[in-house]
Design a protein around this ligand. Structure first.
Ligand SMILES: Cc1ncc(C[n+]2csc(CCOP(=O)(O)OP(=O)(O)O)c2C)c(N)n1
Length: 582
């Protein structure tokens, strides 16, 4: 049967069709839909983990117990899971295991642009890089076979385009899940130094065998055409290369680690100009140059940053002048992204902005608090960094004699992901920070996934709800207060108390995500006779608010189709001009 589906959907479908037994992961664009789709298809057990390391470790356990397993994450998630990966590459698998990672060249929705192919090289594991949905489907099956044949975890890498673009997929014959034996094998699975040393030798031998395999596998193929230009490429870059030069000779890699040296040497020898088209790092190019193979066009012409397209490839090959990009359209007003109408984060950040405190931030919808007009988040490094970095700031402030107490802001999903260890550190090391956990009962930024505090599991059904305030108390926090940041006055008083009280102070705002839970409150209306046009309410940065010319001063309007009635704007109004309609 043929279907038109995205790369992410194809991976999920193939997991079910390829004898998959267990899947886990942590959301992150552009990978999130893989696990969501496994859940929707309902043929294989799957779950959200609190972070990527836990997800991979659970998948490792599933593999050891004899079930084909999948762990999914975005590129930065591999940093979190790397500790498990770097030793699991030594132990190898029992049943096949695929670590599916999605890269985000162009940083459409990520904090950096790292290239996961580095991890395949680092961990000495094979990596597959599909170019379309059909390959995404086929490479899952091939990945399990490779994993079991070579006793290794396999990385399957997509990028935003292969993850999200739709293409035609032909389903293969279904392989029923077969759970193998659960064997106690200490030398294989216990990485004590003596066993690890033996395993390292085996990993190097495995890599040599994989190199031989790379030379003959149909995952890599040569499409010989015009020999004036030969392009080595993989993944979505293959599609761009075909578009730019449909008649050129192409060496398309499906297995991007390890590289087929003989195949590449032979191909490069047959073409007049040898070009490498790869997004982000010079992973292929550095290795190929180290093989002593001449590279005519590569990173000397194609940037390490952003995505590649057909125009960039043509310009790199010298056929056309580089695209100057879009001409500036003129002085248009900036429209930065902002919180959804009704989002509880809005109230909190309008208070933090007013108090002008230093906010160590984290990653989630609340990161938008860094943008104008709030401008009330001052750092955002990686998930879980808020509390720990606020702690470091406070220690240095103490040395400098500065009295300002830093504030750490993070969400519920981020708290469970890696924020809670920061809180333990803050309490253990006699820290001094105000911690505000914005518990909206969902992993909002990635589309509203379940997490240990949301009360549900991925495949539906109720789950134990882990209570953040109770956890903070158990960890030893002496001041833990639940707040409601829709009430600006009350929340501000709680924040001020937290700032004045020395030591760790934890505030938990429990207001459900407006987008996910669709909480609708009476909308706000404006009395034009009372509105002075002072614009104080616009500090709420709500897209429901507008200005309408009326006389000499424009007055504020509220779009009733967008307003969610949170009341933050009306609390900012000093003239009692806004009220919630009943
Ligand atoms: C290591 C890592 N994994 C995943 C992501 C993707 N990601 C960004 S924000 C976020 C979730 C934030 O949820 P939460 O902390 O509950 O805040 P909310 O968006 O709901 O306000 C995720 C999963 C990431 N940036 N880094």
């Amino acid at each position: 049967m043929k279907k038109i589906i995205s790369g992410n959907e194809a991976i999920a479908l193939s997991f079910g069709d390829s004898g998959g037994v267990f899947a886990s992961g942590y959301p992150g664009t552009p990978s999130t839909e893989v696990l969501e789709e496994v859940g929707r298809l309902g043929v294989v057990y799957c779950e959200w983990a609190p972070n990527e390391k836990v997800g991979l470790e659970a998948a490792i356990g599933a593999s050891i117990a004899g079930g084909r397993a999948l762990a999914t994450m975005k590129h930065v998630g591999v940093n979190v899971a790397a500790d498990a990966l770097m030793s699991f590459t030594y132990t190898g698998v029992n049943a096949g295991l695929i670590l599916m990672v999605s890269d985000d060249p162009g940083q459409h929705s990520s904090q950096n642009e790292q290239d996961s192919r580095n991890y395949a090289k680092f961990a000495k594991v094979p990596m597959l890089d599909p170019a379309d949905s059909q390959e995404a489907y086929d490479f899952v099956r091939a990945g399990f076979e490779l994993s079991e044949l070579f006793d290794t975890p396999v990385m399957l890498r997509t990028t935003t385009r292969t993850a999200h673009a739709k293409g035609c997929v032909e389903q293969r014959e279904k392989i029923e899940p077969q759970v193998g034996e659960w064997i106690k094998d200490v030398p294989k699975n216990v990485m004590l130094p003596n066993f690890g040393k033996i395993k390292h030798v085996q990993v190097e031998a495995r890599l040599l065998k994989l190199k031989e395999y790379a030379e003959t596998t149909p995952l890599n193929r040569v499409e010989m055409g015009d020999t004036a230009l030969g392009i080595l490429t993989s993944g979505v870059s293959y599609q761009h290369a075909k578009e730019a030069y449909p008649n050129a000779s192409i060496l398309k890699l499906g297995l991007v680690h390890p590289l087929p040296e003989k195949m590449i040497r032979e191909f490069a020898g047959k073409v007049e100009r040898f070009m490498i088209v790869e997004e982000m790092d010079a992973i292929f190019e550095e290795q190929i140059r180290a093989m002593g193979i001449r590279v005519d066009i590569g990173k000397n012409k194609i940037s390490y940053c952003l995505e590649v397209d057909a125009g960039i490839i043509r310009a790199a090959a010298g056929e056309v002048a580089p695209d100057p990009g879009m001409a500036p359209i003129g002085d248009l007003p900036q429209r930065p992204p902002t919180f959804c109408p009704g989002c509880a984060h809005r109230g909190l950040f309008s208070i933090l902005s007013k108090l002008k405190v230093f906010v160590a931030g984290d990653i989630g919808c609340y990161t938008l608090g860094a943008l104008p007009p709030m401008s009330a988040m001052h750092t955002c490094i990686c998930m879980g960094a808020s509390i720990s970095s606020a702690h470091g700031m406070a220690k240095v402030n103490a040395v400098a004699g500065r009295t300002e107490k830093p504030v750490a802001v993070l969400g519920d999903s981020t708290f469970f992901h890696s924020g809670m260890t920061g809180l333990v550190n803050l309490i253990y090391n006699d820290g001094n920070a105000l911690v505000i956990v914005m518990d909206n009962r969902t992993t909002g930024m990635t589309g509203g996934q379940e997490n240990p505090g949301s009360g549900n599991v991925l495949q539906g059904g109720a789950a134990k709800q882990v209570d953040i305030a109770a956890m903070a108390r158990v960890m030893g926090a002496e001041h833990v207060v639940e707040i409601n940041s829709y009430n600006l006055q009350e929340a501000e008083a709680a924040i001020k108390k937290g700032l004045e009280t020395p030591g760790p102070y934890v505030l938990v705002d429990k207001n459900p995500c407006i987008l996910r839970y669709r909480v609708k409150q009476p909308i706000v209306t404006v009395d034009p006779d009372k509105c002075t046009g002072c614009r104080a309410c616009l500090k709420a940065a709500c897209v429901a608010l507008g200005l309408e010319s009326a006389g000499d001063k424009p007055k504020v309007t509220v779009n009733p189709n967008i307003c969610n009635g949170c009341g933050v704007c009306s609390q900012l109004c000093k003239f009692d001009a806004m009220s919630e309609a009943q």
